[in-house]
Design a protein around this ligand. Structure first.
Ligand code: TRP
Ligand code: SF4
Length: 327
């Protein structure tokens, strides 16, 4: 029996290179060895973006297109949309009865996001309960492993605490305790040198045209100590070079490294080479994107089948949980 893996992503915007080389590359590998469930966390998007929901449908479907374009295989992984499996919401309600408020109030991501996203009113019941819903997402499939970024570790810990408390209160081992899976990811920063993120406006999107990519790459920060072409550069601290390591052939990478250190290549030229390699490297992904965009029926069928499969499992767990509680 394969172990179960589950993960989700919030549809709050277009996906970028950081998502592709981070979460998606990892998920694609995991689907070979685990029984995988991957879902679009649309309820979770609402916890912070409830005031403007005009883009949520677009983001959901664009996200699903990128997942398939990135190589998630519906034969191997169950791909679905959270709100279409209402059992998540029902288990969330059940968990909300047993989760002590202080567990949520001291959640570091809650405190931090409330401080950071000042333009949004996050003083809501739903936002505080974000990790309770996440616990329901995970536990309703009795997932063994949850691939996430480090920022999500407190939520996995809370999930374990909720599972433990439920099993203890109702004297039945309904929920196994899940474990986080942290993946090694290549360090691709945004064009301004900060973490690539849509909220920093520094991302290269998987849907960007060649012209947009050329423009963004030309604006990328490089080795800050290299002011003129005659100054030797330090590729090891240059974000453009990190991209070369992914998109440029090994021999050319070695050549660029040598020439940069010897001040024989300028950053403008180096970026132009990288931009073309990046455009070429992304082309297969973008072709698959275009395919699904013009075959939306196929995509909808894939997701409908995923919802059905997920729901069958979710319903069973929910029944078991309600029986243990006695309702
Ligand atoms: N909170 C996760 C994030 O922001 C998204 C998410 C929702 C999730 N439910 C989940 C991740 C369940 C893993 C498992 O990245
Ligand atoms: Fe970076 Fe290339 Fe400039 Fe060297 S030449 S600092 S690797 S952009």
């Amino acid at each position: 029996m394969k172990k179960r893996v589950l993960s989700g992503m919030r549809p709050t915007g277009k996906l970028h290179l950081g998502n592709l080389h981070g979460a998606l590359a990892n998920w694609k590998k995991l689907q070979e060895d685990y029984e995988c469930y991957f879902f679009v966390a649309d309820w979770h998007a609402l916890t912070s973006d409830y005031q403007d929901t005009s883009h949520v449908q677009e983001y959901i479907w664009e996200m699903l297109i990128d997942w398939l374009a990135a190589g998630l295989d519906p034969q191997k992984a169950t791909i679905f949309i959270q709100s279409k499996v209402p059992e998540h919401a029902e288990l969330h309600l059940l968990f909300s009865m047993i989760t002590p408020l202080p567990w949520l109030e001291r959640n570091p991501t809650y405190k931090e996001q409330k401080k950071q996203l000042i333009e949004k009113d996050l003083n809501t019941y739903g936002f505080l309960g974000y990790p309770v819903l996440q616990a329901a997402d995970i536990l309703i499939y009795k997932a063994h492993f949850v691939p996430v970024g480090i920022d999500q570790l407190p939520h996995i810990e809370l999930t374990r605490e909720i599972a433990r408390r439920f099993n203890y209160l109702y004297k039945k081992e309904v929920f196994p305790l899940p474990e986080p899976l942290l993946a090694e990811v290549p360090k691709l920063l945004g064009i301004d040198g900060r973490k690539m993120s849509k909220s920093y406006n520094n991302a290269i999107y998987l849907s960007d045209s060649p012209e947009e990519i050329r423009k963004k790459v030309s604006q990328m920060f490089t080795d800050k100590s290299r002011l003129r072409k005659r100054d030797p550069g330090h590729p090891d601290i240059c974000n453009v070079f990190s991209f070369h390591k992914i998109y440029t052939a090994a021999e050319q990478v070695a050549e660029i490294e040598r020439d940069c250190k010897a001040a024989k290549i300028g950053c403008v030229e180096c970026k132009k080479i990288m931009a073309e390699n990046l455009i070429a490297g992304l082309r297969p992904h973008q072709e698959r994107r275009a395919y699904y965009k013009s075959h939306m029926d196929e995509l909808k069928d894939i997701v409908a089948a995923g919802i059905k499969k997920a729901q069958a499992v979710a319903r069973q767990t929910l029944e078991e949980a309600k029986a243990a509680v006695g309702i």
